[in-house]
Design a protein around this ligand. Structure first.
Ligand SMILES: Cc1ncc(COP(=O)(O)O)c(C=O)c1O
Length: 406
């Protein structure tokens, strides 16, 4: 049973009475129209639908700046990965701070970025099958700075044929095995042979080497992460050296991640593909940093999923309007309440439980740090950018189905 004292005061329907200039009753109907006009005045977190995604402006700006400064001071290039955010607004900020271009994980993300005029896009997944080959070639025809990767000679052959039809000569990098069996051609001599095959094509340019170790990026403890990176990525760099020795211009050695950003340069990576650093998630927060064996604090969490408490009939637990559809995970964390445990209860429901501490009230807003950024951001349409309780911008999340379909 809940104590009478924990029952919220009759819910103030107009919202927080401290909110200035709120025409209390009917303003919800106006909010979409205001956002469409990019007029964010008088919009507060409490006005937003839930579940929705919030980005804290000051924190994301700090993260963007920290990565940009690191890359400048250590002399490694950044081509930030957009698979995390799928946002042209964030991509433009990354480029404004010095990112060479943008990496994309899907052809739809590539179409989004290229159509938005973002140059130097690298598609980090090999385009397999006619649909992706042709969409890749069309993008390269539209923007000669667009680049692709191949981990299979068949892809090199098909790209060459398609490029001949389109009368273009796109750059293709080789994607090499770096500890993840999901993709990547064998390093060493086989890697060199694939590079030579691309280089020998009339309609392709050999663009360099890629090797991404997702296992290294999330290895706990900085020293152990460094050891794993060396194990996984040194063979990639050595293959790039083989290519150079064989006379192939190898301008790019790309890879790396948020977890290894301060390791990749010494291994010989020339371009960093880090993505998660803009938002951070609960998995990354616990991999440890250079000076902290447990917490990874180089970048701060800037993204939350805002939810509403929608039921409270049992002690020390409430229900929120966030479940499978909103990508809730038991490893998510409640912002400001590390004691609260998250449980999934189906498509639209989540449960929050705690032992001691303040009750959560019916209608109260609760913000969650999510566990996996890519899959979470993929189910939302926009980021509401916040400065304290105020909403100061809205950034669309796109690139799920291609630029034409959005
Ligand atoms: C190929 C590739 N490069 C770079 C990244 C970015 O890694 P992170 O988000 O850990 O910075 C990823 C993430 O999955 C990836 O798949």
């Amino acid at each position: 049973m809940l104590l009478a004292s924990t029952v919220a005061a009759p819910f103030a329907l107009g919202g927080n009475p401290t909110t200035p200039n709120v025409k209390k009753a009917f303003r919800y109907a106006e909010i979409e129209a205001k956002i469409a006009r990019r007029d964010f005045t008088g919009i507060y977190k409490e006005d937003l639908p839930t579940p929705s995604m919030l980005v804290e402006k000051a924190v994301i700006e700090r993260n963007l700046r920290h990565m940009a400064d690191h890359c400048k001071s250590t002399g490694i290039d950044l081509r930030a990965h957009c698979k995390i955010h799928k946002s042209t607004d964030i991509a433009r900020r990354q480029i404004g701070l010095g990112s060479l271009g943008i990496c994309c994980a899907t052809i739809a993300e590539c179409e989004l970025m290229v159509s938005a005029g973002i140059r130097n896009v690298l598609y980090t997944c090999q385009p397999a099958g006619k649909n992706k080959i042709w969409r890749g070639i069309l993008l390269a025809a539209k923007d000669p700075t667009f680049m692709m990767v191949a981990d299979d000679p068949i892809t090199a052959d098909l790209l060459d044929e398609a490029a001949a039809v389109a009368r273009i000569k796109p750059a293709v990098l080789i994607d090499l095995y770096a500890g993840l069996t999901r993709a990547g051609h064998a390093t060493g001599q086989p890697g060199l042979e694939l590079a030579r095959r691309i280089d020998s094509k009339k309609n392709l340019k050999f663009g360099g080497v890629m090797g991404y170790s997702g296992a290294a990026s999330h290895t706990k403890g900085w020293q152990e992460r460094r050891r794993k990176s060396i194990e996984d990525v040194v063979p990639v760099v050595e293959t790039a050296m083989l290519c150079k020795k064989a006379g192939l211009a190898t301008p790019i050695i790309t890879g790396g991640s948020t977890g290894t950003y301060n390791i990749d340069k010494e291994i010989g990576i020339t371009e960093l593909q880090a993505g998660s650093y803009v938002f951070m998630d609960t998995a990354y927060m616990k991999v440890g940093g250079k000076s902290d064996p447990v917490n990874y604090t180089d970048f701060q969490p800037s993204l939350t999923v805002m939810t509403t408490v929608i039921s409270r009939n049992h002690p020390n637990q409430v229900t929120i309007d966030c479940g499978n559809k909103a990508m809730l995970k038991p490893t998510d964390q409640v912002k400001g309440r590390p004691d609260v445990v998250v449980e999934n209860q189906g498509a639209e429901y989540g449960i929050l439980k705690w032992n001691e501490g303040d009750e959560l009230k019916l209608g109260e807003r609760v913000e969650l740090y999510c566990t996996n950024l890519d899959t979470s951001t993929n189910v939302y349409d926009r980021y509401y950018v916040s400065d304290g309780d105020r909403i100061v911008d809205v950034w669309p999340i796109m690139g799920r189905a291609g630029a034409v379909q959005r």
